[in-house]
Design a protein around this ligand. Sequence first.
Ligand code: PEP
Ligand code: MN
Length: 338
Amino acid sequence: MVIVMSDHATQDDVQRVIAEVERRGYQSHPIFGDTRTIVGVIGWKPNENHLDHFRSLRGVDDAIPIAKRYKRTHRHFQPERTTVSVGGVEVGGSRFVMMAGPCTVETREQTLEAAHGVKAAGAQILRGGAYKPSTSPYDFQGLGVEGLRILREAKQATGLPIVTEVMSPAAVEVVVEFADLLQVGTRNAQNYDLLKAVGQTQTPVMLKRGWASTIEEWLLAAEYIIHEGNPNVILCERGIRTFETATRNTLDLSAVAVLKHETHLPVVVDPSQGTGRWHLVPALCKAAVAVGADGLIVEVHPRPEEALKDGAQSLRIDKFQRLMKELQPFIAAAGWTS
Ligand code: PEP
Ligand code: MN
């Protein structure tokens, strides 16, 4: 941390700040400039209370943290990239990963048809929500455990590992029995009890970005999971809320570039929730590959017009097949092993 004294600070003010720094067990390193003095604080660990305390002292203009608040997710602390194994599929490894399937498990037939379709097109992981967070209580809430059983059957039929959402700490125990990858959704992205609960398992977690989360808040949420003992975290950019209404959310692809710079964790992109429109999904998939994502998660439904949820953003199976073909040159150009 660096404490910046104001132009009018007196020698006494500076001495008091130094005394306060040392009283807290830190070393002080003052630099006396022509008009201003700054005091470097050595040994300070991110602590908002101390920051506020120093800001409140007489003659202090600001106290600026230098250390990042996230430690386990930052590349300074782990230069090598994390690879997360999802039922044998490596995310963040040498191959680009495609996750696909219905938004929601609606029926056995619909899920199996989607699973076979996405598998034939080349997807490596099957998505599907059994517990659905709905904005309205009158919308379909998912089939619950019955949905998990259907996903298990789809996994047995296709060999695809499963990613599915867990909405509450109480449901973690049952969902881990079925899931290869636990999805924490945007509405739960800062539900710290849930983050702790999934952190106490060893099942990989895909943490969606909260629709109003800054990248720092998102990484701190990931930090909760890792801090509890589960290092298997994948970050998923799914769009944030902005003033724009032409798309359901604003897919923040710059976040992918920032994360690749800041963190060792794999990053995937969800252009389905990101755009809310199936016809925009392929373009954003290509852009996500180009910006450095490690994978994609895409909603695919055998008959989107009949979908109980998110039909407008779901690709038909034939369109998904075409997308997989169109993506190949982009994936190759980005340097992924085919
Ligand atoms: C979903 O994947 O269907 C979903 C609800 O995602 P999000 O939490 O990003 O809205
Ligand atoms: Mn959805």
